[in-house]
Design a protein around this ligand. Sequence first.
Ligand SMILES: [Zn+2]
Length: 256
Amino acid sequence: MDFIDTHSHLYAEEFDNDRAEAISRCLEAGVNRLILPDIDATSRQGMLDMAASDPKHFFPCAGLHPTSVDGDYKAGLKQVETMLASGQRFYAVGEIGIDLYWDQTFKREQFDAFATQVRWAKELGLPIIVHIRNAIEKTIAALEPLADDRLRGVFHCFSGTLEQAQKAISMGFMLGIGGVLTYKKSELPSIVEQIDIQHLLLETDCPYLAPVPHRGKRNESSYLPFVAQKLAEIKQVSIDEVAARTTTNAEKLFGL
Ligand SMILES: [Zn+2]
C-alpha cells in the first residue's frame, strides 16, 4: 500500500529523540510521502532540514499559522513571502487559517494574514492548507469572496457539518481526515459517509490527535493506516482502495 500523510509535523521537537526511528516506522507502514506544513520561524528550520534530507519522501510548505499571528505578524508574513520568492519549491501555502479557540486578541490580524496568504497562493498556483478552530463559518465567509478557479486546497482536520463540508467542496477544497474519525463520540463518520471519497485526504496532524488505539499518546505518521482502515469500514471498500484513491487525490492537489 502507498499512503500520503498530507499533514505531518514529524519535524517537530516531539520527535527530536527518535525521528529516524519514526521515519522508518512510517515507511514500513507504507506511508511513503509526507506533506510538511509550516508553522512559523520557531520550527521552520527543522521542516526545511527534514525536507532537504530526503526530497523524494518529504514535501515542505510555507505559511504563517494563525496561532502564530501576533502584533508582529507583518514580519512573520514577510518571512513567508521571502521563502515563496526564493525559488525553492513549496507544495502548498500553509498552514494558514483562523483559530479563535486559544486567543482572540489578534483576531483582526488573523483575518488579514489569512487573506494575504490566500492571495499569494492563488498568484503562485499553489493549494492552501487551512487550519480552522472555533471559526468555521467565519473562515468560509472569509474565503467566499476569494473563491474562483485558482482557489483550492484542504480544510485540514475537518470538523464541520455536512453543509459546511459541501460548501468547502464547492469552493474547490478537499477535506483532511485524521484520527478524530476513529474517536467514539465523533460525528465525523456520519458526515464522511455522505461525501464522495474523491474529496477526501488522509492526514495525521502528528504529533497531535493520535487515532485509536493510540489516542491520547504522541501521534506519528506511521499511524495513518488506522485512519484509512476506519474510512474503509465507513465506505465499505477495501483499505487498498482507500489508499489508492486518497493517494491519487493528494498527488493531484499538491502536484506530486
Ligand atoms: Zn498542523
